[in-house]
Design a protein around this ligand. Structure first.
Ligand code: 13P
Ligand code: SF4
Length: 304
């Protein structure tokens, strides 16, 4: 197999009428062979609209589940079903029901990084690229936002007239990025721009020349004339940044920012998944139908 594994994946993909979707945090070799690579919002649209019978989702569980919720008639496979998202597991059904009881008049806005069961209790989902547009189209003054307190805090700063009730979840990879590591790079690369994902803490966002989703960061760097960039997000994004900008210099603060779950996809388990057609993402139908509403509202309100 060895070198031919990529060719074999492509062969199996066409035999199975499958499409491969990958998030920007996936390993480089997976991004290289995927049919579509993107941020959470873009991938959710492709999962909704693609014509293939099978989607192999190279990402984490909430992404595979969102694809299944949006496209119940497609087979959604993941190379490793254990690729989860620790932040999405920081709230469960009981947590969200408690909040709804406490704030009965609030609208519930859920980050797409949440489980299908939690989405089933949300009114609207958002992604980091769509959150501000969606909030602009939400009339409610009281908002429960979950599970990411950092993204929630970032959104709340743009809507000071609204009351936000934030669940205290976080992505440990973004949450642990340190101010001193950014300052250290800034001292070395005086002209560097700091591009920050909104899952980072406020003190990091405050250092940002730009704050946005993975796609936003890639577009910003690609459209800018500057040479050096400090990238405050997961390092898988470097593959696309370097591909689009071979003459620019992208620096990750600290030693490494690598999400262990995003890196569970390998060429081997991707090949085996297509060969065996196993590792299917399953969402219970009653949960799926309820969760669908929140994702449809996301697409609707992001595109007004
Ligand atoms: P985006 O790619 O939508 O910016 O989200 C990042 C993320 O949290 C994936 O885990
Ligand atoms: Fe979840 Fe953070 Fe990994 Fe994204 S990078 S999948 S938010 S743990």
């Amino acid at each position: 197999m060895g070198e031919n594994i990529v060719e074999n994946i492509k062969l199996l993909k066409s035999e199975r009428n499958a499409i491969i979707l990958a998030h920007y945090y996936q390993p480089s070799e997976i991004q290289e062979l995927a049919d579509h690579v993107g941020d959470s919002y873009y991938l959710s649209e492709i999962a909704r609209d693609c014509k293939e019978d099978v989607i192999v989702f190279c990402g984490v569980k909430f992404m595979g589940e969102s694809a299944k919720i949006l496209s119940p008639n497609k087979k959604i496979l993941m190379p490793d079903l254990d690729a989860g998202c620790a932040m999405s597991d920081m709230i469960d059904e009981n947590g969200i029901l408690e909040l709804k009881n406490k704030y009965p008049n609030a609208i519930v806005i859920g980050y797409i990084n949440s489980t299908a069961k939690v989405k089933a209790h949300c009114d609207v989902c958002v992604t980091s690229s769509s959150a501000l547009d969606i909030l602009n189209n939400v009339d409610n003054d009281e908002i429960i936002f979950l599970p990411d307190e950092n993204l929630g805090g970032y959104i709340a700063e743009s809507f000071p007239e609204k009351k936000f009730i934030l669940w205290e979840g976080y992505c440990k990879y973004h949450h642990n990025i340190k101010v001193c590591d950014i300052i250290h790079l800034k001292n070395k690369y005086k002209e560097a721009l700091v591009l920050v994902h909104p899952e980072c803490k406020k003190e990091i966002r405050d250092l940002g020349d730009y704050i946005g989703s993975t796609t936003g960061i890639i577009e910003y760097a690609t459209n800018s004339e500057k040479k050096d960039y400090i990238i405050a997000t997961e390092e898988g994004i470097l593959y696309e940044l370097n591909k689009k900008n071979p003459n620019k210099n992208f620096l990750i603060p600290g030693e490494s920012i690598s999400c262990i779950d995003m890196k569970k996809t390998t060429l081997k388990n991707l090949y085996e998944t297509l060969l065996n057609m196993d590792n299917e993402v399953v969402v219970e139908e009653t949960v799926r139908v309820k969760a669908l509403n929140s994702l449809l509202n996301m697409h609707k309100l992001a595109e007004v």
